[in-house]
Ligand binder design. Structure first.
Ligand code: GLN
Length: 479
C-alpha cells in the first residue's frame, strides 16, 4: 500500500488499528521531503529526529493499548507563523529568522495533545502578506503541479506540502484568503473557519480582526477531522468564541450527512471578473447542486466592489500597529550598524523587513494618521459594516453562497510581482469573507490546462457543520 496516498483520516484509522506504524508514515514523509523539497521549497524547517521520537512513542502506546489522541501518529505541517517551542518561528521574515518562541501557539498545542507528529514548518509570504508566497524573505516555493507557477499564498508552503504528499495535512492562516486561495491553486481542500472558532494565541498577528487559523488537507473529511482538534474557546485569546454560544462539535461525525432542502445564492455580477474556464467550472458545480436538491437563487451583493479597498486599509492599519513590536529590542533582528537608539529601531526594521511589508506598514500608518484617520480608516470600518450587511442579507435568503475561490488558476512565478495592485486584485473573492468573519471552504472543481480550479462555498457564522457537509457532497459525488 502506498502510505502517502492515504488521507489523514485513513492513516489515523490504520495507525490506531495497528495496520500501519506511525514510524513508517513518518519515514515515507521524510523520504518524500528529501526527494522533492529541494525543488518545491515548501518547508522552512523540518524536525526529523523529533518526529521519529514522537512516532515511536505513539506506536508504543498503541501496541500497549493505551489511549491515543485523534491524530495519533499522523505527520502534519504547520505554517511558520505559528509559535512553537521547537525550531524557529520565522514568519517568513528576516526580522524573525532566528526567533525561538518560549511557548507554543494554542493550535500547535492542540495538535500535539492529539498526538499528531509535527514534521515541519512551512514557507509563507513574509508576515502572511501576499497571494503567491513570493514575498517570503526566506525562500521561494513553487506549485508542485507546475514548477513554473506559484503555489498561491500566503500559506503556499502548507498547500504545496500537502499537494506534494510531504505531509498528510497542514495548518495555514487566512487573513484575506491565504488558506483558500493556495488550496485552490494546488488542487486541495482548505477551510477558513469562522472568526473566533480557532484560537489565534501564538499566531503571529497580521490583521488581528481578520486572521484565522485553519486546515489545508487532501479532502473535506480531513478538514472536519483537523477542525475537531484545533477548535474551541481559549482564555488566552479574548476574541475566541465562548463555547456556550458556539460549542465545538464533532464535525467528522456529521460531515458525511447529506444536506437536505438547501438554498444556494449566486452573485451573477461577480462572475464577470473571472477567467471563462473558472466560470464554467463553478457553473458546473452549481448545476451539480441543483441536481442534488438545491434551490439556486440569484442575489446581488452591492458592496462587494469595495471589499479590496476596505480590506487593504483595515489589514494594513492593523499590521502597522501589530508590527510596531519589531523594534530590534524585544524580538528578532537587531542591526549591528546602529549608533544610537533611534537607529536601533530604524536600521533593524529597515534590514529586517522586506519591501511588501514596508509598503503595508507605510500604507497602514498613513491610514491611521491623525489627518487621514476619518477619511480612510473610519471610512473603511463603515464600508466593512456594509459588506457584512450584504452577507447578512444573503444568508436571510439562502444557506450558502457560491463563487470561485480565485479569478484565475495558479499564475506564473514573477507574473505579478512588479504590480502589487494586480496581486491585490487576485484576492477579490476571498477577502470579503474575512471582513464579514464568516466561514468558507475551497474545494477543487475542475481544471484549466491541467491547473486546478477552486470552488468557494461560504456559510453563515459558526455553521461549519453545514459548510463541510455541502462541500463533502460535491467531493464524493461530483461527476
Ligand atoms: N493576499 C492577502 C494579503 O496579501 C491575504 C493574505 C492572507 O490571507 N494572509 O493580505
Amino acid at each position: 500500500m502506498q502510505i502517502l496516498k492515504l488521507t489523514c483520516k485513513n492513516l489515523r484509522d490504520k495507525i490506531a488499528a495497528g495496520e500501519i506504524k506511525s514510524i513508517n508514515a513518518v519515514s515515507a514523509v521524510f523520504e518524500q521531503i528529501e526527494k522533492n523539497d529541494a525543488k518545491i521549497g515548501a518547508y522552512i524547517s523540518t524536525f526529523k529526529e523529533q518526529s521519529f521520537a514522537k512516532a515511536k512513542e505513539v506506536d508504543e502506546k498503541i501496541a500497549a493499548q493505551k489511549p491515543v489522541g485523534a491524530l495519533a501518529g499522523v505527520p502534519i505541517a504547520i505554517k511558520d507563523n505559528m509559535c512553537s517551542t521547537f525550531g524557529a518561528t520565522t514568519c517568513g521574515s528576516k526580522i524573525l529568522q532566528n526567533f525561538h518562541s518560549p511557548y507554543d501557539a494554542t493550535a500547535v498545542e492542540k495538535l500535539l495533545a492529539a498526538d499528531a507528529v509535527i514534521v515541519g514548518k512551512t514557507n509563507l509570504d513574509e508576515f502572511a502578506m501576499g497571494s503567491s508566497t513570493e514575498n517570503s524573505g526566506i525562500k521561494q516555493t513553487v506549485n508542485p503541479l507546475d514548477y513554473s507557477r506559484v503555489p498561491g499564498g500566503s500559506s503556499g508552503g502548507s498547500a504545496a506540502a500537502v499537494a506534494a504528499e510531504m505531509c498528510f495535512a497542514a495548518l495555514g492562516s487566512d487573513t484575506g484568503g491565504s488558506i483558500r486561495q493556495p488550496a485552490g491553486f494546488c488542487g486541495i481542500a482548505g477551510l477558513k473557519p469562522t472568526y473566533g472558532r480557532v484560537s489565534r494565541y501564538g499566531l503571529v498577528a497580521y490583521g488581528s480582526s481578520l486572521d484565522q487559523i485553519g486546515p489545508l488537507t487532501k479532502n473535506v473529511e480531513d478538514c472536519a477531522l483537523i477542525l475537531n482538534v484545533i477548535a474551541g474557546h481559549d482564555e488566552k485569546d479574548s476574541t475566541s468564541i465562548d463555547e456556550k454560544i458556539a460549542p465545538v462539535q464533532d464535525w467528522l461525525a456529521t460531515v458525511n450527512t447529506k444536506p437536505q432542502n438547501f438554498k444556494i445564492a449566486v452573485v451573477p455580477e461577480l462572475f464577470k471578473g473571472a477567467d471563462s474556464e473558472v466560470v464554467a467550472a463553478v457553473k458546473n458545480a452549481i448545476e451539480f447542486y441543483k441536481k442534488n436538491g438545491a434551490e439556486i437563487i440569484e442575489i446581488s451583493m452591492p458592496h462587494f466592489d469595495y471589499a479590496i479597498a476596505t480590506y487593504y486599509l483595515i489589514a494594513t492599519a492593523e499590521a502597522s500597529s501589530n508590527l510596531a513590536r519589531y523594534d530590534g529590542v524585544h524580538y528578532g533582528h537587531r542591526s549591528k550598524n546602529a549608533n544610537d537608539y533611534i537607529e536601533v529601531y530604524s536600521k533593524s526594521r529597515d534590514e529586517g523587513f522586506g519591501p511588501e511589508v514596508k509598503r503595508r506598514i507605510m500604507l497602514g500608518t498613513y491610514a491611521l494618521s491623525s489627518g487621514y484617520y476619518d477619511a480612510y480608516y473610519l471610512k473603511a470600518l463603515k464600508a466593512r459594516n456594509l459588506i457584512r450587511g450584504d452577507f447578512t442579507a444573503a444568508f436571510a435568503k439562502a444557506d450558502y453562497i457560491i463563487m470561485p475561490t480565485s479569478p484565475t488558476t495558479a499564475f506564473k512565478i514573477g507574473e505579478k510581482t512588479n504590480d502589487p495592485l494586480q496581486m491585490y486584485l487576485s484576492d477579490i473573492y476571498t477577502i470579503a469573507v474575512n471582513l464579514a468573519g464568516v466561514p468558507a471552504i475551497s474545494v477543487p472543481c475542475g481544471n484549466d490546462n491541467n491547473l486546478p480550479i477552486g470552488l468557494q462555498i461560504i456559510a453563515p457564522a459558526f455553521e461549519e457543520a453545514k459548510l463541510l457537509q455541502i462541500a463533502r457532497l460535491f467531493e464524493i459525488s461530483r461527476p
